[in-house]
Ligand binder design. Structure first.
Ligand SMILES: Cc1ncc(COP(=O)(O)O)c(C=O)c1O
Length: 511
């Protein structure tokens, strides 16, 4: 054996397996060893706990320039191992500066993506056990726990019986809401094509409001549907940016008159822009009459519907074919964990199942079990239900309700602050924990306020003390402040408002 670089050498102990032996500062880390795992994982947990303790010291929005990391890291992979201490030192000094801190209490951007102690422990356990649960046989507990927790949550949300796993429907954990809308779109596409013939694919029409998430368009592209026939129907402030059933009916009639085939509506409960809620009962009447698959995207706001006082926002879901909420947004469940329920699981399975010889087994062949590989795009799947189960058990529904209510109250207090400052305007009524607002342009200003608010956003975010984002509603540039990080308290909301006010004053003085 040749002595290696840094005093390392490769040794060929038995047969063909190489082991790497420690000489100087190598890690001495084996692929797996219970005691080493215990020791190293304790160090990692300490590192993560310290991260949370000091999270407010970091600029919430990373302030690095593009390409910063290439200047700090070598341009090829290390030949020899190093220690965890060295790696963590690099994480601290090279990686964390390039992190935008989604768990910071000063994070108010996009929508939240909660971590929690229970969610973290669930992820840790799932990573530790590290199974790949595509078929029931590959880990019966993974499949069965998934059906059980999704049934629990369906009941907590008062979803219709048809969405439970003991009937024709059931729930499944997808990675993201984008995957959820894709798989139901494919199921709906194939269902209609079985009736009208596969050659009708270019005639299929998809509907949604113009504030639907961009994942719908992506799903249409992947599904081979004509993107021109993805009708994003115009909304405005008269409906608080919710889709009007009349507008939908008219679009459907026009399309039918042109020989097209309406087949899918994606309704929103809580749009990304402004948390607009489409009127599900009225829309469902239209979809039912026209034999259209109704999918409800409640990616963010679905979590709030476990509170009795917010449940009415999904009234009408009884008529939906599928319903989706992201537990990884506002439900204390670490990314990723997107919950999808369908009424007719056979539609999903017909579109997504394959049955290669190498996966055949008695339980699957006997139709005795769920094989979740047939409800999703990839074959492999993580043990995500473990994480969700731990969140539900360690917080309970009441703990989760308190979490939601706390954020909604904080958002209401922020909204009140905005209302009290005549220079600002709340743009749409706040429904959940998102406040949409803007700084009003001074009278006779040439700018309609769009540049002003764009500049305000940049100024505020460049402080590193707060991170908010924007949207455009009816051509107006709007600021969005979404409360939802688990560590956020009223002092953080007040501090965010103070920064907004200070920067607004500075901007207005310099006009
Ligand atoms: C309403 C809505 N739908 C879908 C999505 C897409 O979510 P995901 O990142 O899980 O695909 C989002 C993301 O914020 C969203 O707000």
């Amino acid at each position: 054996m040749q002595p290696g670089h840094n005093g390392w050498k490769l040794v060929k102990p038995h047969g063909y397996l190489f082991s790497i032996l420690k000489e100087e500062d190598g890690s001495g880390l084996k692929p797996m060893d219970a005691e080493q795992l215990r020791e190293q994982a304790h160090k990692m947990v300490d590192f993560i706990a310290d991260y949370y303790k000091t999270i407010e010291n970091f600029p919430v929005l990373s302030q690095v320039e593009p390409g910063y990391l290439g200047k700090l890291l070598p341009d090829s992979a290390p030949t020899y191992p190093t220690t965890l201490e060295h790696v963590l030192n690099d994480v601290q000094h090279k990686i964390l500066p390039g992190v935008t801190h989604w768990q910071s209490p000063n994070y108010f951007a996009y929508f939240p993506s909660n971590s929690s102690i229970a969610g973290f422990l669930g992820e840790m356990l799932s990573a530790g056990i590290n199974i790949v649960g595509f078929s029931w046989i590959t880990s019966p507990a993974a499949t069965e726990l998934e059906s059980i927790v999704l049934d629990w949550l369906a009941k907590a949300l008062f979803l219709p019986q048809d969405f439970l796993s003991n009937g024709k429907g059931g729930g499944v954990i997808q990675g993201t809401a984008s995957e959820a809308v894709l798989v139901v779109l494919l199921a709906a596409r194939d269902k209609i094509l079985r009736t009208v013939g596969r050659s009708a694919l270019p005639k299929l029409v998809t509907y949604a409001s113009d504030h639907v998430h961009s994942s719908l368009l992506k799903a249409c592209q992947i599904g081979g549907l004509d993107p021109e026939l993805c009708r994003l129907l115009k909304t405005d402030s008269s409906t608080n940016f919710a889709l009007s059933p009349d507008v939908l009916s008219e679009a459907i009639s026009n399309d039918i008159a042109s020989g097209l085939i309406p087949f899918f509506l994606c309704a929103n409960v809580g749009t990304t822009s402004s948390t607009a809620v489409d009127p599900l009962p009225a829309l469902a009447k239209v979809t039912k009459t026209n034999n259209i698959w109704l999918h409800v995207d409640a990616a963010y706001a679905g979590s709030a519907c476990i509170c009795p006082e917010y449940r009415h926002f999904i009234d009408g879901v009884e008529e939906a074919d599928s319903f989706n909420m992201n537990a990884h947004k506002w439900f204390l469940t670490n990314f990723d964990c997107s919950l999808l329920w369908v009424k007719d699981r056979s539609a999903l399975i017909q579109s997504l199942s394959t049955n290669p010889e190498f996966l055949k087994n008695k339980a699957s062949e006997g139709n005795m079990v769920i094989d979740y590989k047939d409800w999703q795009i990839p074959l492999g799947r993580r043990f995500r239900s473990l994480k969700l189960w731990m969140v539900l058990r360690l917080y309970g529904l009441e703990g989760l309700r308190a979490h939601i209510r706390n954020h909604i109250a904080l958002a209401a207090s922020f909204e009140e602050l905005v209302v009290q400052d005549a220079r600002f305007k709340v743009v749409t009524p706040r429904t959940f924990s998102l406040v949409c607002f803007r700084l009003l342009p001074p009278p006779n200003s040439e700018d309609n306020g769009n540049k002003l608010n764009h500049d305000l956003l940049d100024l505020v975010n460049s402080t590193g003390s707060v991170f908010i984002t924007h949207t455009v509603l009816s051509g107006e540039y709007i600021l969005r402040l979404a409360v939802g990080a688990p560590l956020t308290e009223v002092r953080h909301v007040n501090a965010a408002w103070q920064i907004l006010q200070e920067k607004a004053t500075a901007l207005l003085e310099n006009l």
